[in-house]
Design a protein around this ligand. Sequence first.
Ligand code: MN
Length: 407
Amino acid sequence: MIEISPDSDFSIHNIPFGIYSIDGGQKHVAIAYGDYILDCYLLSKLGLFDSIDIDGEVFAKPFLNDFIGLGKSVTNRVRSEIQDFLMDDKHVIWKSQNQFLFPRNNVILHLPIQIGDYTDFYSSESHARNVGMMFRDPNNALLPNWKHLPVAYHGRASSIFVSGTNFKRPHGQIKGPDDELPRFAATQKLDFELEMAAVIGKKSDWQVPISTEEAMDHVFGYVLFNDWSARDIQQWETMPLGPFLGKNFFSSISPWVVTSEALEPFKIKSKSQDPTPLPYLQEKEGFQFDIDLNVHFQTKEGQSKLICRSNFSNLYWTVAQQIAHHTVNGCNLNVGDLLASGTISGDKEGSFGSLLEITWSGKNPILFEDGITRTFVEDGDTIIFEGFGKKADKRIGFGNLINTVLQ
Ligand code: MN
């Protein structure tokens, strides 16, 4: 029996899946529980999943894709088998606990998903308004299509890495409003975007749209997502075809995939939509997740500040609507695809999910102690996301998503 703290993200109600290795050994599927990880491959060797029709080799893989691809009827049984085991301190498998149980601090966590395609939506109304006001026209901040369809762009999967990955500030073409010509330079406006991403767990067929009712069957779970952005590169390149090099230099996800089932207790009714969307986007009971999202900024000088408190539910479009829209033209989804939400900004100050909005494009610097200020992220700075739901005695979290810009 393992004692875990009541404020742990990885309670008995969570049981998220990830990929770990230890001492340069093989990568295996694991679950997080308190300050520990449990190796699912070794648990299967010990017979924990004998009552389930599953080949244990699926846990000896470097990514979760094959496991997730077995479908919810299998993955949910694995999860509940682990929960039953964790609550049964007389279970015979505990006798072998030094074989499958490791302190989380002693293992390396890897990118959990082999990401096939990655799409980034733009589904927070506050974020879309704020960006529209700054980048285009304060009087027409939302473009006419925004409330009729979940706007998105196709991103790049190759440069998505796991939490803990540090990165170099990107270079690119930059042209300020008063510059006659563009120049090639390191971005001066390095920013984060606070997002969540849905991990697709069930493929869909080409030319067969997914309805809003079916959509959630296709989501295995969720991760925290940081869509790192270079605002000056983005601003010069975006028109007319959309985001490109200002976005695809680096994105990061949290290492543990929290299942849709674990997030059930945090479902809340989605906001009403006006105008009513077209029938293929309508839902009988649309919902969002009441998951608190925080961003901490740590300067290279050592100051730390909570700079954003938002919530996963601060979205106009639901994940089901995003999926229905994504596939309505026949575009197919595959296991391991990642659909990110777009920056999740609330409508109040203090709930904005990017520095572009928090500092209003650099006009209002963030003040730290000792006279340190920031408008965008500087070399040596660290950005940390955290996300968790709390209801009565149930707490379910995602762990931290942390990246440092190399000096
Ligand atoms: Mn984004």
